[in-house]
Design a binder for this molecule. Structure first.
Ligand code: ZN
Length: 283
């Protein structure tokens, strides 16, 4: 069985093995399931950016156009609009509320979401189906927004590919290379693996975005605990990857500790009716 593209007609059945892989990795902008403690914002992704923000946007345009060629995008306006609403709710309380974001839904079974340069954020249908509620889904999206906000994506791409290659891609001068980068992003989970510091920053950002937006930030920890428990019940061939990026109890506990620093506030975004409606449209 090609586990990279498992049929996912029954999300609860396959969520364990799908989640296992994604626990271990952080795709191009996104370790959906890599979790980290966070002692603070210092020493995060590092200040290693070789391209400007305007160049980053152009690079994002080139890459998103290529992703649209290589992947099936969900076009259901209800689904895409729902994801966009969650995204903009989080952005509205972020440090960069005016940054240009675009949200896309990819028809892919893996439990994942990822960001690419220029504020393009991709949510995969497998993630929507694996979440128990909107807050869990929002938590993963907030983590990805953390990567964007902290410019982790281009930092990592600059390291991975070098500035001359990225420049030729953002200028649209190198279509074969653009195709190759996107294929790597979509198919090779390790190609854009983030540092642990970057993960810490993204987790920290996610907790605070959720809290400010009105979600219960504990939903993020709950989601990762659930996936971790699934992995432990049924370890698989990707265990070594999982171990290289452990979703350890102490990392999750550190996130919970960060949450406990926040002033008690009842979440306002607890209605899951739209979430369930969107899930139903994807089944
Ligand atoms: Zn991440």
């Amino acid at each position: 069985m090609n586990t990279q593209f498992l049929s996912f007609s029954n999300p609860s059945f396959n969520a364990v093995r799908i989640a296992r892989r994604h626990f271990a990795i952080c795709l191009i902008g996104v370790a959906v399931l890599s979790f980290s403690s966070c002692a603070g914002m210092e020493g995060g992704g590092g200040g290693f950016n070789l391209i400007s923000e305007s160049e980053e946007r152009q690079l994002g345009t080139e890459l998103s156009q290529e992703i649209a060629k290589q992947c099936e995008l969900v076009e259901d306006a209800v689904v895409v609009g729902y994801i966009r609403d969650i995204g903009f709710r989080l952005i509205a309380v972020s440090a960069k509320p005016d940054y240009s974001y675009q949200f896309h839904v990819l028809k892919k079974d893996e439990v994942n979401a990822f960001a690419i340069a220029g504020g393009h954020l991709y949510v995969q249908t497998g993630l929507i189906l694996a979440a128990d509620n909107e807050a869990q889904l929002a938590g993963v999206m907030a983590h990805e927004l953390g990567h964007v906000e902290n410019r982790h994506v281009t930092q990592q791409m600059s390291r991975q590919y070098g500035i001359s290659l990225l420049t030729s891609v953002l200028l649209g001068n190198n279509p074969s290379q653009t195709k190759q980068i996107v294929a790597g992003l979509l198919g090779n989970a390790t190609i854009m693996k983030y540092s642990r510091d970057a993960e810490r920053e993204a987790d920290w950002t996610a907790v605070h975005l959720m809290y400010r937006a009105g979600y219960d930030p504990m939903a993020l920890a709950d989601f990762f605990r659930k996936l971790k428990a699934d992995e432990e019940r049924s370890p698989g061939p990707l265990e070594s990857l999982f171990l290289s990026h452990p979703m350890t109890d102490d990392r999750i506990a550190a996130v919970e500790a960060e949450i406990k620093k926040l002033a008690p506030k009842a979440p306002t975004l607890t209605d899951n009716s739209e979430f369930l409606r969107v899930q139903a449209r994807l089944k």
